[in-house]
Design a protein around this ligand. Structure first.
Ligand code: C5P
Length: 218
């Protein structure tokens, strides 16, 4: 047996899914479980959206959005990025191909480092790391997702109504699924995890079972 055959292949786990599906929670839990670094790619798009606003630009303008890709890394720690407003701006800047191309290298480098990584987003399994194995597509009903996001926002003391959140989620889902460039969809070889009826812990346990099943098969 050669020395190289003893080195396990990198474990790249792609976790895609719509807004507030719990993919971030699952991705963080998987990263902790397997001792891998984790990248929340939505945060990059949120930072671009926030930077456009700070620049006084228009998120629907490809030029303004591209200029905002030069955001300082410190912006990634801004709590405002977690707001619904930043999520909406992120969804608008993310339709521009030039923005996606600019953020590609950073995500790709993260995915291909060392012994593996966990990335969550919309196009990890389809565009950023098509070689990822396993790929999870995490989803839940709009109602379940809106309820969770509402509880989260209330916990942060943000003044929003459940109806506003539902409308915002539906709008972002539509924009993410119908955009021309890297639309939100499950990769053909992704395993779908619908956690509408699951608690957080059940959902994480189900995700770990999926990863184990796929790893054993390979
Ligand atoms: O996941 P999160 O809600 O933080 O993402 C915010 C927005 O960023 C999404 O609605 C989507 O439009 C965009 N996004 C994307 N591709 C990714 C991650 C996020 O287009 N890989």
């Amino acid at each position: 047996m050669s020395a190289s055959s003893l080195i396990p292949p990198p474990l790249i786990i792609a976790v895609d899914g719509p807004t507030a599906s719990g993919k971030g929670t699952i991705a963080r839990a998987l990263a902790a479980h397997y001792g891998l670094p984790h990248l929340d790619t939505g945060l990059l798009y949120r930072a671009v959206g926030r930077q456009v606003a700070l620049n006084g630009g228009n998120p629907d303008s490809p030029g303004d959005a591209l200029a905002a890709c030069a955001f300082p890394d410190a912006l990634l720690a801004d709590p405002e990025l977690r707001s619904e407003a930043s999520g909406g701006l992120a969804s608008r800047v993310s339709v521009h191909p030039s923005v996606r191309a600019t953020l590609f290298e950073r995500q790709r480098a993260f995915a291909t480092q060392g012994s593996g990584a966990v990335l969550d987003g919309r196009d990890i399994g389809t565009v950023i790391a098509p070689e990822a194995c396993p790929k999870l597509f995490v989803t839940a009903s709009v109602e379940a997702r809106a309820r969770r996001r509402f509880a989260e926002m209330q916990g942060q003391g943000r003044a929003v109504t459940l109806a506003e959140i539902e409308a915002d989620l539906a709008e972002r889902d539509l924009r993410d699924r119908t955009r021309a460039e890297a639309p939100l969809r499950a990769a053909e070889d992704a395993v779908t995890l619908d956690n509408s009826e699951m608690s957080r812990d059940e959902s994480v346990a189900a995700a770990i079972r999926i990863v184990e099943r796929v790893r054993v098969k390979d």
